[in-house]
Design a protein around this ligand. Structure first.
Ligand SMILES: [Zn+2]
Length: 147
């Protein structure tokens, strides 16, 4: 998804790591079993990630800030996606107050949305790659003196 917007591999990779972080940290914290009452609570509270994103946004020339910036964007996207399938905290980390239950996790519309996003990402990837290849071919043809 980030790849669609930025066409940057490092950014997309780090954001992908960030997008699994909120569930991952929950899993590690609870030792593999997350009680229902704890799921999507503090780890899914957008404020810390928003603060991190805001703090690092203007310093992306620095590699660490760059990584942290995209990492927090990944986390925020994860929370946004969770907010489409249920509720996540908004004002307080202890209350899930925000979200619309647009789809149920694992439901058909969610699957379709995921497939569309993946297809778009693949298409973008191929489009950039193709442009890159034709550019190289042009340069190669030029050096050989062919038209
Ligand atoms: Zn989650």
């Amino acid at each position: 998804m980030i790849y669609l917007i930025t066409h940057s591999f490092p950014a997309a990779f780090i954001a992908a790591l960030g997008s699994v972080f909120p569930d991952f940290v929950e899993f590690v914290f609870w030792g593999g079993y997350v009680p229902r009452y704890a799921h999507r609570k503090a780890s899914h509270w957008p404020l810390p990630y928003l603060v991190l994103a805001a703090l690092t946004f203007y310093y992306t020339a620095n590699p660490f800030a760059f990584a942290m910036s995209w990492f927090s964007v990944g986390c925020l996207l994860h929370i946004a996606e969770d907010a489409l399938t249920g509720k996540v905290p908004l004002l307080s980390p202890r209350r899930r107050s925000f979200g619309v239950r647009l789809f149920r996790t694992g439901s058909m519309p969610e699957m379709i949305l995921a497939v569309i996003l993946v297809a778009l990402a693949i298409k973008t990837l191929f489009a950039t790659h193709y442009r890159f290849t034709t550019m190289r071919l042009d340069a190669l043809l030029h050096t050989t003196g062919l038209p």
